[in-house]
Ligand binder design. Structure first.
Ligand SMILES: [Zn+2]
Length: 316
């Protein structure tokens, strides 16, 4: 053999893609004719091309199938939409015929929108299915409440609407933050985004209830009861999510923070007993375990965890 195999193996990719010079091509072909090893290498290079082709074809087939199913689901969505429009039309006619104008028709319409948001939206929407479905469902439920409130002449709309918003945020936010398009914005702070959304809708609900109740005493009472619990949820979240310690240390710190909070509450209760009793709230100051003991136990557990456990380091 005139050339050694290393040289030929360097040339083989160029030869395979037919981009080597005429002289190189001749050298390679001469060598291949008498070297089975290099022939084998060329064959394997060609095999890779076949694999690539198979992968490409597979992707094309999947793409076509996906397009096909998207078209089918859009068609199904349109058909269901048409079916939904029948009761809407019937109710429109009946309501117009029996009343002076449209009244309860809007309740039927909003009710059907709720169903449509769960059935038609996921079929018709092409991007961000989960997000669009949850948002449209929430919006249609709030709309339904609003319509019923107007129809019945009530002024309670904000209370169930904000409660619905809070409940659905609790339910949906874990799904929404991990999907498009929200995940692009929250990135690595999904937990924080969920906590903020839950806290915001909770406060909104409390405000709505307070304004509906129209009692001056409501706000201090409601916030005195609920805010410490919200604070505790945030403390637990911050400890579990952001501290870079092992589970034992985190558990201990959670217990300690709960103890500290109950201590703060007990102090508040005893120092403001008079004003608290006016608002109707009295924290039980006769806790059987003194808060300082809870804090001590928590810190002890955290200390043991710190000394014994390996700190793997939490997520950043
Ligand atoms: Zn060779």
């Amino acid at each position: 053999m005139k050339y050694n195999c290393d040289l030929i193996s360097d040339l083989l990719p160029l030869y395979k893609d037919e981009i080597c010079s005429e002289a190189s091509r001749k050298i390679v072909e001469e060598h291949l004719a008498e070297c089975p090893d290099c022939k084998k290498m060329l064959d394997s290079l060609n095999d890779i091309t076949i694999d690539e082709k198979i992968v490409k074809e597979k992707e094309e087939v999947i793409g076509t199938q996906a397009k096909f199913f998207k078209r089918k689901s859009a068609l199904a969505g349109s058909i269901i939409g048409l079916i939904f429009s029948i009761p809407i039309l019937v109710c429109l006619i009946v309501n117009l015929a029996t009343g002076a104008g449209l009244t309860w028709f809007f309740i039927v319409l909003a009710g059907i929108l709720v169903a449509a948001s769960l059935i038609i939206v996921p079929l018709m929407v092409r991007e961000n299915k989960m997000f669009m479905t949850m948002v449209s469902f929430t919006a249609s439920v709030v709309l339904l409440l609003g319509v019923i409130c107007i129809y019945s002449g009530g002024n309670w709309f904000l209370v169930p609407a904000s409660a619905t918003l809070f409940g659905l945020t609790m339910l949906f936010s874990p799904f929404i933050v991990s999907r498009r398009p929200v995940n692009a914005y929250v990135k690595n702070h999904k937990g924080l985004a969920i906590m903020c959304a839950d806290t915001a809708t909770f406060v909104l609900m409390m405000l709505a209830i307070g304004f509906y109740a129209g009692m001056r005493e409501f706000f201090p009472m409601a916030f005195a009861v609920s805010m410490p619990l919200v604070a505790m949820a945030w403390a637990f979240f911050a400890i579990i999510r952001y501290l870079r310690f092992n589970a034992c240390v985190k558990t201990g710190l959670c217990i300690a923070s709960a103890g500290a909070l109950s201590g703060v509450l007990a102090t508040l209760a005893s120092s403001a007993e008079a004003s608290m009793s006016v608002t109707g709230v009295t924290y039980s100051s006769g806790v059987s375990v003194p808060p300082i003991a809870i804090v001590a136990v928590g810190l002890a557990i955290a200390g043991i965890g710190f000394l014994v456990g390996k700190n793997k380091g939490g997520k950043k």
